[in-house]
Design a protein around this ligand. Structure first.
Ligand SMILES: Nc1nc2c(ncn2[C@@H]2O[C@H](COP(=O)(O)OP(=O)(O)OP(=O)(O)O)[C@@H](O)[C@H]2O)c(=O)[nH]1
Ligand SMILES: [Mg+2]
Ligand SMILES: [Zn+2]
Ligand SMILES: [Zn+2]
Length: 495
């Protein structure tokens, strides 16, 4: 137990009052004993040694002092022993309950990720439903084993198995209270995936396409129940549905008001009988300018604990690709091209990642990164990753067992390397042990030309899910992602 902050609650009997009670019991009995002895002694003083009564009283005083002392010492010792045993049992009891609760949270990978400040917390700050007091460490302890009594008299559960998660909670870091900022996590297991990349590379379009597909097609097909995190997230989904229907995207702005957060998560629960606890997906959308202008309103702490990252690139931001396809692009597509240099973005991003995760390249290299070449519908770029191309490679490498998705990965790397992006590919391969390349089109066609018709948007998330949450993946992931390092496959293809 780390921070020892006082809680707005009554200490459990065994931690405060218990000790006081034994203390005073012993003290009073000693006092009584002394008083009795003194009374006899006073009587003796009155009578003196010459009278029988006087001798008798002296004898009494002496025996009270000697026998009484022995007697009370014995009684006190026995009492202390009994009470201590009881105390020890209670200590063992609450330690066991604390450990059990902690072990459950850790083993089930439960934590809360604040929507506002992005801070991660294991035990959020819970609010007393009766008086609104903040309980920062609602776990078994000095304030009670399974329940604690709030200052107002309300009994609050302190563990995962007796209803703690049903209490209203707030983030212990930013302490924001309000309808949209209450933590509504209910001790679920989060899956946090930030979608990053430069301005206009298609991050928001990707999130729109994936979310709509997942919520309305994948989930019903695989018996997954979806529930939005709160009203604010439901409102985001309304926008997603509208954009999806019209084939549009909304520009993600970094709010000028710096108290507003730079990244917004679209969050929803995924529920199924086999998922205990329920899962909570957070997909983070962040304004691309954060990577080009290198300023943001809050530190993106989600990089620290996220289970995967989707790195979007706009292929038409690559000079050679743009030059080659320029005349095939529609005016809308041309207008929507991301202008930032991809190598610049990845460097800014890696630095940010290093800042937040506090150093270690080793820790950084563990998080799976899905590099997604987007907008493949434009200028028929999808021909580079077409089924014919895939089959051709399969045919030429009949001896090696290749998965379709592995070949796409190979083709993406090849495409980037052929377009002077070798250093980018190398940076990804060097910094992230777990990397995979994907080709996708979120909208499926030029913007505003009808409803989205997404291609390849599920796969990046599928792959991250396979890496991060096997149980969840087993319920919906179709594609087979070879466990072998992609590097080996590529070497084989190239060798
Ligand atoms: N043809 C085509 N265009 C796309 C696709 N996805 C995005 N775009 C275009 O790219 C532009 C930017 O897309 P957004 O999704 O808003 O990009 P973003 O990365 O969220 O941009 P910021 O939020 O400003 O950083 C849009 O106006 C679209 O025209 C796609 O799949 N196909
Ligand atoms: Mg955006
Ligand atoms: Zn917070
Ligand atoms: Zn209270």
């Amino acid at each position: 137990m780390k921070k020892k902050r006082t809680q707005p609650a009554h200490k459990s009997y065994f931690f405060e009052q218990g000790y006081k009670d034994i203390g005073s019991a012993i003290k009073t009995s000693w006092l009584k004993n002394a008083q009795t002895a003194k009374a006899y002694y006073d009587k003796y003083n009155e009578k003196g040694l010459m009278s029988l009564k006087g001798v008798y009283n002296l004898f009494c005083a002496l025996s009270v002092v000697s026998f009484g002392t022995v007697f009370f010492a014995l009684i006190s010792a026995v009492m202390l022993a009994i009470v201590s045993t009881f105390f020890i049992l209670v200590y063992i009891g609450f330690s066991a309950a604390w450990l059990f609760d902690r072990a459950y949270l850790t083993k089930k990978k439960i934590f809360t990720a604040c929507n506002e400040c992005k801070c991660k917390s294991l035990i959020p700050t819970y609010i007393c439903p009766k008086c609104g007091a903040h309980h920062t460490n609602l776990t078994p302890g000095a304030y009670g084993i399974l329940k604690r009594t709030c200052e107002c008299g309300k009994k609050l559960p302190t563990t995962f198995f007796n209803g703690r998660k049903r209490l209203q909670a707030i983030c212990p870091n930013c302490l924001l209270e309000g309808k949209t900022t209450y933590l509504n996590d209910r001790e679920s297991r989060p899956l946090c995936v930030p979608v990053v990349g430069g301005r206009s590379v298609g991050k928001t379009a990707y999130i729109t396409a994936f979310s709509k597909k997942f919520v309305e097609f994948v989930a019903p097909q695989h018996n997954l129940d979806i529930e939005f995190y709160n009203g604010a997230k439901e409102a985001i989904y309304s926008e997603i549905k509208a954009d999806f229907a019209h084939g549009s995207t909304r520009m993600t702005v970094r709010p000028q008001d710096i108290t507003q957060s730079s990244s917004i998560s679209f969050s929803f629960f995924v529920k199924n009988k086999a998922l205990k606890p329920e899962r909570l997906m957070h997909i983070y959308d962040i304004a691309g300018e954060v990577f080009t202008d290198n300023n943001e309103n809050e530190v993106q702490r989600q990089y620290e604990y996220c289970q995967g990252i989707i790195f979007m690139i706009d292929p038409f931001a690559i000079p050679t690709v743009r030059a080659r396809y320029e005349n095939l692009l529609t005016p809308e597509d041309k207008a929507g091209i991301g202008k930032a240099d991809i190598n610049g973005i990845i460097n800014v991003f890696i630095n940010k990642l290093r800042e937040v995760t506090g150093l270690s390249d080793r820790k950084m290299s563990k998080v799976p990164i899905a590099v997604v070449i987007g907008k493949t519908d434009s200028a028929n770029l999808c021909d580079e990753f077409s089924d014919e191309k895939i089959e051709e490679i399969e045919y030429l490498n009949a001896k090696t067992e290749l998965q379709r998705i592995d070949i796409i990965d190979y083709l993406c790397r090849k495409f980037l390397k052929e377009n002077e992006m070798e250093s980018f590919v190398n940076a990804i391969e060097m910094k992230f042990k777990n990397n995979r390349f994907f080709a996708a089109s979120a909208i499926g066609h030029t913007r505003d030309a009808g409803a989205y018709n997404p291609v390849g948007v599920l796969e990046p998330m599928e792959w991250i899910c396979t890496k991060a949450d096997k149980r969840l993946a087993s319920l919906w992931v179709k594609e087979k992602y070879s466990k072998k390092p992609i590097k080996n496959i590529i070497d084989k293809l190239e060798g």
